[in-house]
Design a protein around this ligand. Structure first.
Ligand SMILES: Nc1ncnc2c1ncn2[C@@H]1O[C@H](COP(=O)(O)OP(=O)(O)OP(=O)(O)O)[C@@H](O)[C@H]1O
Length: 646
């Protein structure tokens, strides 16, 4: 089951709006993030800086000011220390209380002050970077949630390209290696290094104009070679990311408790271990090959640095020997030369910048795209108290986005308000699809679904969904308390114990819940302390209780998509009977494969070849002697045989 899709269906049903604010959908197992950072560095840098700056302009301006000041403190320390060396000799000669000694003290004090300020400003910058990084992450998270949870339909989640965009847009979140706080900090360090290097360059220009230029040329060449090569390595990562994903998938299968039974039963352990190893080795082989190819630019880089630095040092030595540079100047120039090496520091930040910017191209415009793929929630008519008369499928034709085949092709069906309907048919005939149209997760391609004569498209979608309580086959099993699992049927009053109790009793789940270790407060997952796991049938009763809680809160259309498949035949029949009794007057639509369970519904619709092939009460359909009566007799015979065999 796709956990994300199941969760989204329930959230879309309008019952859990708060998850849009504080809940995050987790990536499916096996979708582990692999670097997709192929944006050219300059573009990535521009993108990242623009995004960070626009997230909090005031704070970012303060951050930049701090970075510039911190960057200038380095050259200031160098200049002050040079001044101190220059004044040392005259001060020694003039004595401790001379003006020369005072001037020396001033120079030393200035150097000490600049150095200390540099030490203090560094942690302050990191703290500001952390706070900006958190705000950026929060903004990205919000944008992602708006893009995924905002559209009222599901089409955007099922379009493969958009699903991939969403996955990539969310990678910043799961990339533990590169949290945004660290990325912003690295960006600040890189900016500071450039400012410090420029300041040092100005000092070194006092010796010779060409000296800083030579060092900058060396650093630029280095940047160019390394940057181009790093880009290639990252592209290789991207190209072979599938191998990594496969390796992770097989590893997760080996570790995943739900898979453990079949893995052991079919003796798959060895195969899983072998596949994990071979996919991982194949992936690493490409990475190693890329790294080996990277050796050449590393050597070229080292040679360039040695040549440019050596050239400046040789010039300095010559000038010193010739008496054109004194000791104080030499101190300043050598320190400036060392500080200028910082000019290549941003090179170290390229990886971080690319990581930080990786999600941005995918995030930008994502909300527009998902909105386009979902339908436009144009309707504004309130659905309060609907349906009062009927729900109709009028000539409905529908195919899933990106699929050529139409699942439904001319469905005509009327469900009188307050009646119960069972939709039956073979696997894959489109029963669940009809329910999805009913909940307006999609719009029909042809025809319309009408409530009291009003096209669903003209109804306010949120208001319609408060009228609908659906339990799908793949309902969510919230790893939360029993109270929450049932109470979420009415999210704005989920804590109400009396209503939850009533719903649980009606669903036959009350004894089960009250027998749990901490009763209603028990977390329904053994992954949590004091939590417990439920069987498939027990979970279905909980889900049913949630739907009944919604019905009690005013939902007027109850839709159950095989919610009792994990119960035995007798339990299902009893539950359906009781359910129909309890929901008398509520419009109820059931999907089930067990025809014995639907004898008591008012009407039965058989779906076949994309349309309704039979429609009527159980007795009418049996009397008609069509496909339904044939299926019913077959199932009854099997059941009888099973009982007599037993
Ligand atoms: N999200 C989807 N994207 C593409 N095709 C889909 C999607 N969901 C279902 N289908 C296809 O639509 C068809 C009808 O599916 P649906 O789930 O409505 O059938 P069903 O009658 O409920 O089946 P079952 O009895 O097995 O639950 C199937 O062929 C299925 O593969």
């Amino acid at each position: 089951m796709d956990v994300r899709r199941a969760a989204t269906q329930e959230i879309r049903s309008g019952r859990l709006p708060f998850l849009g604010r504080c809940g995050a959908l987790v990536p499916a197992q096996g979708d582990s993030p692999v670097s997709t950072v192929t944006t050219p560095f300059r573009v990535a840098l521009r993108m990242l800086v623009a995004y960070v700056a626009s997230t909090s302009p005031g704070r970012f301006a303060g951050f930049v000011a701090l970075v510039v000041v911190e960057g200038l403190l380095g050259p200031l320390t160098i200049a002050a220390s040079g001044l101190a060396v220059a004044r040392a000799q005259p001060a020694l000669a003039a004595g401790i209380s001379s003006p020369q000694a005072a001037a020396l003290g001033l120079a030393i004090g200035l150097a000490g002050l600049a150095f200390t300020a540099g030490q203090i400003s560094s942690p302050i910058r990191s703290a500001v970077a952390t706070s900006i990084g958190s705000m950026v992450a929060q903004r990205m998270r919000q944008q992602l949630l708006t893009a995924t949870l905002g559209p009222p339909g599901l089409g955007h989640l099922e379009d493969p390209e958009t699903a991939e965009e969403i996955r990539r847009a969310g990678e910043y979140e799961w990339a533990d290696l590169a949290p945004l706080t660290r990325i912003v900090d690295e960006l600040g360090t890189a900016m500071k290094s450039v400012v410090a290097a420029v300041g040092a360059g100005v000092l070194l220009a006092g010796f010779a104009w060409w000296a800083p230029l030579l060092l900058i040329a060396g650093a630029s060449a280095t940047h160019l070679w390394m940057g181009r090569d790093e880009h290639e390595i990252i592209e290789q990562h991207e190209e072979y990311a599938d191998l990594q994903r496969r390796a992770d998938y097989f590893r997760d299968l080996a570790l995943d408790p739900p898979a453990a039974k079949e893995v052991r039963l079919f003796g798959l352990s060895g195969l899983l271990a072998e596949r994990t190893r071979s996919y991982r080795t194949a992936f690493l082989a490409h990475v190693w090959r890329a790294r080996r190819a990277n050796l050449r630019p590393v050597l070229l880089t080292l040679a360039t640095i040695a040549l440019s630095t050596g050239g400046v040092l040789a010039g300095l030595a010559g000038a010193t020997v010739a008496g054109r540079v004194n000791a104080a100047q030499l101190t300043v120039y050598i320190q400036a030369l060392i500080a200028m090496q910082l000019v290549s520091h941003p090179l170290l930040a390229t990886w971080w910048v690319r990581q930080g910017a990786a999600a941005l191209p995918h995030l930008q415009g994502l909300a527009d795209r998902t909105r386009q793929l979902s339908f436009a929630a144009t309707g504004s008519i309130s659905a309060d108290e609907m349906p009062r008369k009927s729900i109709q499928f009028c000539g409905v034709g529908f195919g899933y986005p990106g699929q050529r085949r139409r699942v439904l092709n001319g469905v005509d069906l009327e469900i009188p308000a307050g009646s119960s309907l069972a939709i039956v048919g073979r696997n894959g005939e489109g029963k669940t699809t009809m329910l999805k149209l009913l909940a307006r997760f999609y719009d029909p391609d042809v025809g319309s679904v009408r409530v009291d004569g009003v096209d669903l498209r003209d109804l306010d979608v949120a208001s319609w969904r408060t009228q609908v309580a659906v339990i799908f086959q793949d309902f969510i099993r919230f790893e939360l308390s029993a109270q929450e699992n049932v109470g979420f049927g009415r999210v704005d009053a989920w804590t109400d114990p009396a209503s939850a109790r009533t719903a649980a009793r009606r669903a036959g789940a009350l004894d089960l819940i009250e027998g749990l270790p901490a009763g209603w407060d028990t977390v329904l997952s053994r992954h949590y302390r004091g939590g417990t796991d439920l069987s498939g049938g027990q979970w279905q009763r909980i889900a049913l209780a949630r739907a009944l809680r919604a019905a009690e809160a005013g939902a007027r259309l109850l839709v159950l998509d095989e919610p009792t498949a994990a119960l035995d035949v007798r339990a299902e029949a009893m539950l359906f009977e009781r359910f129909l009794e309890l929901t008398t007057g509520t419009t109820t639509v059931l999907v089930t494969h067990r025809l014995s369970s639907v004898r008591h519904v008012d009407r039965i619709a058989v779906v076949q070849d994309g349309r309704i092939s039979e429609y009527g009460s159980h007795d009418e359909l049996m009397a008609a002697g069509g496909g339904y009566s044939e299926m019913f007799r077959l199932q009854a015979r099997r059941f009888q045989q099973g009982r007599s065999d037993a």
